[in-house]
Design a binder for this molecule. Structure first.
Ligand code: ADP
Ligand code: RBF
Ligand code: MG
Length: 405
C-alpha cells in the first residue's frame, strides 16, 4: 500500500492522514507490531456488553428483583438476553419466571438501576485513545436513543467522543439487520467497507457483516468463541484489541510486554485448588475461594495478570497468575491461579494471602502440549519478574494491604 493510497482512503485528507501514515511506518518497525488485516478509517461501537458490563449488571439487578417476586435467578437467561433490546430481554425474564407483571411495568422498575452500568475493562481506554487520535467513532446500539444517552452520561468524556450516536428506535429493524450500521456509515460519511465494528453479541456481528464492515467480536459470555466464525477476529476482551491491525493508531501504554491496569486487591486464606499436581509441573498456584470473590472474578476478563503477593508471617513476593477457565484443561469454573515467584520449602494452605493486581500480560490460550503450556507460563513469569522492577509497579510493594496486621 503506497502512502498516497493510504491518504486517499483516510476520511479526512488533512493532518490526520499524514499522522496516520507516519504512525503506520513507525509501528511497523516495532517488534510487537501486528500484521495488517485491513485499513479502516472509522470505528462503530456497540454499547451493552461491549463497552458496558451489562451482563454483570443484568445478573445483579435481576437477582435482586427476582427475589422481590420470590424467584431465584439461575443465570441461564444470560444466553437468551445477549444482544437483545432491553424490551426483548425484559420480556424473556417476565415470561421465563412467570412474573405477575407486564413487561412494561418490569422495565420501568429496572430502568433507573439498569442505567448505572460500569464500563468494561478497556472501554475507557479505547474511547479516549480513538478521541486523542481523532478517529471517527459511532455508537450504534439496539437500545432506544434516550437510554443510550442516560447510560453514557455516567461516564465522563464518552458523549463527546462519539461523532454519531444511533439508537434502535431510529431505524426500522434493529440488529441483526444491518440497518443500524448502514445508518452509522451514512452519518459518519464513511463507506461501510472502511469501518470497523466492535461487537459482543452474535446478532451484532451478523449485522456488521451484513453491512459489509470489518467486525471484531468480543464475546461477553465464556466458551462461545466457536459461534463467532463470521467475525473477522475474535478477541477475549477490549484489552486485547490491536488497532494497528486495522490501520488505526496503536495503543502506546504497553510497557515491556505488560499493560498497566487500575490496581485491584484481593485476599483470603489459601485453599485447595484442582489438586492437579501443579507442583509436578513446577508451577504451584495458591488458590483463593471463588465463591467469596465471584463479583471480582466476573468483573475481570480472563487472562494472565501479575502483581505483588503478601503472605502473613512470610513476606512479599512477585506474583503472576491466570484468571479463567484454563482452556488447556477446559475447567467448568472460572478461577484465579496465582503463582508466587519464589521457591518455598513447604505448603502454606490456610495462610492469609493478599494480592495487588497491577497489570495484564495476555489472554488465556490453549496449547498443543503440556510442555508448551509450561514454557508459556515460565515466559509470563519472566515478563512479570522484570516488569515489577519498573517504578510504576515496584512502588506497590510497600502497600499496607500486603502487610496485614
Ligand atoms: P492445589 O491444586 O491445591 O492448588 P498446587 O499443586 O497448585 O495444588 O499447589 C498449590 C500450593 O502449593 C499452594 O496452595 C501453596 O500452599 C503451595 N506453594 C508452594 N510454593 C508455591 C508458590 N511458589 N506459589 C504458589 N503456591 C505455592
Ligand atoms: N492454563 C491454560 O489453559 N492456558 C493458559 O494460557 C494458562 N496460562 C497461565 C499463566 C500463568 C501465569 C499461570 C500461573 C497459570 C496459567 N494457566 C493456564 C493455568 C494452569 O493450567 C493452572 O495453573 C494449572 O491448571 C493448575 O490448576
Ligand atoms: Mg493451585
Amino acid at each position: 500500500m503506497s502512502g498516497l493510497q493510504l491518504v486517499s482512503m483516510w476520511h479526512d485528507p488533512g493532518t490526520r492522514a499524514l499522522r496516520l501514515n507516519h504512525n503506520l511506518h513507525r509501528f511497523a518497525r516495532m517488534s510487537t507490531a501486528q500484521p495488517l488485516k485491513k485499513l479502516v478509517s472509522g470505528v462503530v461501537l456497540d454499547l451493552d456488553g461491549t463497552l458496558l458490563n451489562t451482563d454483570g449488571i443484568v445478573s445483579e439487578i435481576l437477582k435482586a428483583f427476582l427475589v422481590k417476586y420470590g424467584k431465584q435467578w439461575d443465570g441461564r437467561e444470560a444466553l437468551k438476553i445477549a444482544g437483545k433490546t432491553p424490551f426483548e430481554s425484559a420480556a424473556v425474564i417476565v415470561e421465563d419466571y412467570g412474573l405477575p407483571c407486564a413487561t412494561e411495568e418490569f422495565i420501568s422498575e429496572i430502568t433507573p438501576i439498569w442505567c448505572k452500568i460500569k464500563a468494561l475493562p478497556g472501554a475507557n481506554r479505547l474511547i479516549k485513545h480513538m478521541r486523542r487520535h481523532e478517529v471517527p467513532v459511532a455508537l450504534a446500539s439496539n437500545s432506544p436513543k434516550e437510554n443510550i444517552e442516560t447510560k453514557i452520561s455516567y461516564h465522563q468524556g464518552w458523549k463527546e467522543s462519539f461523532s454519531v450516536i444511533i439508537g434502535g428506535d431510529e431505524v426500522r429493524n434493529g440488529k441483526p439487520s444491518p440497518e443500524i450500521f448502514l445508518e452509522a456509515a451514512n452519518r459518519l460519511k464513511i463507506e461501510s467497507s472502511n469501518l470497523l465494528v466492535i461487537e459482543d453479541s452474535l446478532p451484532g456481528v451478523t449485522a456488521g457483516k451484513a453491512a459489509g464492515m470489518e467486525v471484531v467480536a468480543v464475546p461477553s459470555l465464556p466458551k462461545q468463541n466457536h459461534l463467532y466464525n463470521s467475525a473477522d477476529e475474535v478477541i477475549n476482551s477490549l484489552l486485547d484489541l490491536r488497532p494497528e491491525k486495522w490501520g488505526l493508531p496503536p495503543f502506546q501504554d504497553w510497557i515491556k510486554g505488560t499493560l498497566p491496569i487500575e490496581p485491584w486487591h484481593i485476599g483470603g486464606p489459601v485453599i485447595k485448588g484442582f489438586g492437579r499436581g501443579s507442583k509436578v509441573l513446577g508451577i504451584p498456584t495458591a488458590n483463593l475461594s471463588t465463591e467469596e470473590f465471584s463479583d471480582l472474578l466476573l468483573e475481570h476478563p480472563s487472562g494472565v495478570y501479575f502483581g505483588w503477593a503478601g503472605l502473613s508471617a512470610r513476606g512479599i513476593y512477585k506474583m503472576v497468575m491466570s484468571i479463567g477457565w484454563n482452556p488447556y484443561f477446559d475447567n467448568k469454573e472460572k478461577t484465579m491461579e496465582p503463582w508466587l515467584l519464589h521457591k518455598f520449602n513447604e505448603d502454606f494452605y490456610g495462610e492469609e494471602l493478599r494480592l495487588i493486581i497491577l497489570g495484564y500480560i495476555r489472554p488465556e490460550a490453549n496449547f498443543p502440549s503440556l510442555e508448551s503450556l509450561i514454557a508459556k507460563i515460565h515466559e509470563d513469569g519472566e515478563i512479570a519478574e522484570k516488569a515489577l522492577d519498573l517504578p510504576l509497579y515496584a512502588k506497590y510493594r510497600d502497600d499496607p494491604y500486603l502487610k496485614m496486621s
